[in-house]
Design a protein around this ligand. Structure first.
Ligand code: PLP
Length: 505
């Protein structure tokens, strides 16, 4: 800047800082916001689960890039009028769609504190990084991982799974893969998961440079668990064809129905075959906190890497994904990238290496660890485990209600906290798709859909710690009511009820 420009800028208006002119005013406004958000959570049952955004609101909301300042109170009013009433709805106990956690007031407050500190957790020597390291230590203890295991917060399990594939890639091809790409050797590598695995595994293979065809999606048994014998056969066939199997991804809680693969059998197979064993535990891995579920996760302690989300069953506000790698050295080998401007020191602010930026693609990183630390400290793992057990009990209650209603039909065994069912109807796929949208638009509940054996299912994932039996009852009543309406309007009659054979559990 020229001197003239500098002087002009320094002489302009009293202060160009973004701090408030009057701290008392922002304090009062802040207290109002805090009270409102605590009321929002406390009185969430008084709201519809979800409300479609009216065209007028959408139109009113979209505005020109603001050039001039506005009063914080006015901006906040716009938030309360245009944003709050049309949020996703997952804070509400009636939200059962996809796999969404409900969040907590504790997590919300911790998020505010994190924003106040405005810490960048890419690296350097400060206490917020120790908070993340503390969580890593707790995760090692929770999953029986060794002290050299590394861990890092990421956005979500999609990212954690991608990073795990990249670590497995480096383990298979060595560090030079980072300079030379996967090359001819990489073209021979094959990975394995089940047909029930989450789509982000396919995406990860694509992004990692293998191509999604290199992922073998092995068939599942009646409980939607990977068929380990078929997996073994597929690996053998690929080896015979000159390919190089390198990775198996097991699911701890499949996205559609909550099946947990036989992790013990997968870990033995991977040990025998010399393969990287990754567990996608997006929501199911935290089942380790529930004495009822933990035994079904046996084998997870042998994984080479685990991906999970605290924002699902852990109820930490979005987002809080996590990756843990048994061999921290291999994790660092995959992502560390020295740079002059990131020079490490033995003292001063640039001390404390290794830094989280050595464990993933991000350099600038927020303080996701704080809301997770507050959640674990405030509730303790026993209470969180009991809450997780209860969501599964509620899924069992929903299953019982479905089995008692002749007009309803269970479409998959209930193994965890996810229930897939449908209303019996002539054009069942269409009718059930309509029922789900009707229920969402009614504000009574928010289930989602999936397809099980070619049949569209109403899918209720009980993840939210606030959900209770009354929410399950409301869902059942709504399905029966909208189902009857849809069947009448679409076909002029309610279909005859057929008894299906009971599902194997
Ligand atoms: C089994 C499984 N894996 C991966 C994911 C993706 O997780 P995220 O949405 O946090 O990226 C999900 C999401 O529901 C999931 O259920």
């Amino acid at each position: 800047m020229t001197r003239v420009l500098c002087e002009a800028a320094l002489q302009s208006e009293s202060s160009q800082t973004l701090d408030p002119q009057n701290w008392d005013e922002i304090r009062a406004q802040g207290h109002r916001m805090l009270d409102d958000m605590i009321d929002y959570a406390a009185n969430i049952r008084e709201r519809p689960v979800w409300t479609p955004i009216p065209d007028a609101v959408r139109a009113r909301f979209h505005a020109e890039l603001p050039l001039k300042p506005s009063d914080l109170a006015d901006v906040y009013r716009e938030f309360t009028e245009c944003i709050v009433p049309y949020a996703t709805g997952n804070v509400h106990p009636g939200f059962m769609g996809w796999v969404h956690g409900g969040g907590t007031a504790v997590g919300m407050l911790a998020e505010m504190l994190a924003a106040g500190l405005n810490a960048n957790l890419g690296g350097r020597d400060h206490m917020p990084i120790e908070v993340e390291r503390q969580i890593v230590e707790w995760m090692r203890a929770m999953f029986g991982f060794p002290s050299e295991a590394s861990g890092i917060f990421v956005t979500g399990t999609s990212m954690a799974n991608l990073m795990a594939v990249l670590v497995a890639r480096t383990a298979a091809l060595g560090r030079p893969v980072r300079q030379r790409g996967v090359g001819d050797q990489g073209a021979l590598l094959t990975a394995y998961t089940s047909t029930a695995a989450h789509g982000c595994i396919t995406k990860a293979m694509d992004i990692a440079g293998f191509g999604s065809d290199a992922l073998r999606c092995v068939e599942v048994d009646r409980s939607h668990r990977i068929d380990v014998a078929a997996l073994r056969a597929r690996i053998a066939a690929d080896r015979s064809a000159g390919l190089k199997p390198f990775l198996v991804v097991g699911s701890a809680g499949t996205v559609d129905i909550g099946a947990i693969d036989d992790l013990q059998a997968l870990s033995s197979l991977c040990r025998d075959e010399g393969l990287w064993f990754h567990v996608d535990g997006a929501y199911g891995a935290l089942g380790i906190l529930s004495p009822a579920i933990a035994p079904r996760l046996a084998g997870v302690e042998n994984a080479d890497s685990i991906a999970l989300d605290f924002h699902k069953w852990g109820q930490v506000p979005y987002d809080a994904g996590f990756l843990m790698v048994r061999d921290g050295r291999q994790h660092r080998e995959t992502f560390s990238a020295p740079a002059a401007y990131l020079r490490r020191e033995t003292r001063g602010l640039a001390a404390g290496s290794s830094w989280p930026c050595d464990l993933g693609p991000d350099l600038s990183r927020g303080f996701r660890a704080l809301k997770t630390w507050f959640t674990l400290k405030t509730y303790g793992t026993e209470k969180l485990g009991a809450m997780i057990t209860r969501t599964c009990a509620l899924a069992g209650y929903l299953e019982m209600r479905i089995l008692a209603e002749p007009q309803l039909e269970l479409l998959a065994p209930v193994q965890l906290n996810i229930v897939c069912f449908r209303y019996r109807a002539a054009d069942a796929n269409k009718v059930n798709g309509d029922i789900v949208v009707d229920i969402q638009e009614s504000g009574i509940a928010a289930p989602s859909t999936t397809v099980i054996d070619g049949q569209l299912a109403i899918r209720a994932a009980i993840v939210n710690h606030r959900t209770d039996t009354c929410d399950i009852d409301a869902l059942i009543s709504a399905v029966l009511e909208f189902g009857a309406q849809r069947s009448r309007s679409d076909h002029g009659r309610v279909v005859e009820v057929e008894q299906s054979p009971p599902l194997a559990m």
